[in-house]
Design a protein around this ligand. Sequence first.
Ligand code: GDP
Ligand code: MG
Length: 453
Amino acid sequence: MSTIAAISTPNAVGGIAVIRISGENAIEVADKIFNPFHGKKVIEMEGYTCAYGIANNDGERIDDCILTVFKAPHSYTGEDTVEISCHGGLFVSRKILRAALKNGATNAEAGEFTKRAFLNGKIDLTQAEAVMDIISAKSDLELKMAENLRGGAIFRKTEKCSERLLKLLGGLAAWADYPDEDIPEVEPDYIRSELEVSARELFSLIEYYDDGRIIRDGVQTVIVGRPNVGKSTLFNCLSGCERSIVTDIAGTTRDIVEETVRLGDIVLRLSDTAGIHDTDDLIENIGVEIAEKTIESAELIIAVFDGSCPPTEDDFKLIKKLKNKKCIAVINKLDAGTVPEFKKIENNFIHKVYISAKENTGINKLESAIKEIFEIYPENFSSVLVANERQKCCIEKALNCINEAIAAVDSGEMLDAINVVVDEAEQHLLELTGEKITDAVVDEVFSRFCVGK
Ligand code: GDP
Ligand code: MG
């Protein structure tokens, strides 16, 4: 494979920048642009060693750098790899990259280092995908899930399942292909039980997929309530900035204001909406209609009420709209006291939280309530492995085939018909780990990476 090079650190000024070169000629390329101070040439250096020296372009000094050598197959990509750490200015790192390109390397494409690690058998496709998840992790839980995957957890689980299916296929094929030999028929009970174990294993992989998705993608959340209860104040409090305009004039918020906010382990894709009430103002009315629509599509509704004054007709109308929705009642303005009539509101909700958005108190209770609603318990997340739709889809397809095979066994179908469906299940598992996959899918997976990874 050709020798590729890229700046692996962000496209920004920083303490250091790293230029990575990987491929057959990586060490020769580095040798032409780097002179170690210890006197040895780069081509004489051992793997896993580094040298302090000067990067240059045709003898013109660029910068003092540290160069690290990784010899194939003991590198991230599985190829000879060199990393040059220079001072973190964009100009310096680009000059070193240009020198590498001039001396035989070509520009790496997005994700090409990781793609090579996959193509060279260092990691399977699910592990490569996990690398991307680690880079984009926004919370401890998300990182933990990605680390599980990076460690090859899916690969190990599906490998066991694959082995079982292959053994079964072997038995089925031998019996079908050599009818004249004295090979015992594979017992339907045996086939059935092996298929059932496989089905259970695969199901356990996708069982908690949605929990993982919530941690990764965030919860689509909408803040609703009648005017002036403090929705925008809560929105600003959660987003940590004055994004939504707050006044004591009813009808201030009209358009939807959106922000992605993090509340402990949970990411909320949060929308602030217009206060829901009857109004003659044409523009405000459009806002109210939009707010009502978002109630239908949101995954979570934060219904805000003003606890410091008696509930109004608009509050009760809103409660009716929230029936059977995932919802938390937030009783706001705790600092201004609560009126006893509020019991009538509270009793309509399973999850309720008392806060003062203005004084930023009680917000952590909101986090606990959300975790309770979505059953987000860190201990559950060790079993969340499947990280994306591609993986889920492969497992689902394999599972469908296995269930089809079980039904075929039950209806007494011919063994070679069962063989075909089990083989298909096996193909989907190979697609999951990338052992058998089209170039188009590989390109699609790696196109989501950044250059230099
Ligand atoms: P919205 O119409 O529901 O978006 O309400 P706003 O966030 O615009 O707030 C309406 C008024 O209530 C403003 O004057 C806020 O300062 C006030 N307010 C909001 N939250 C609190 C709170 O926790 N305590 C008190 N005392 N006032 C609040
Ligand atoms: Mg508002």
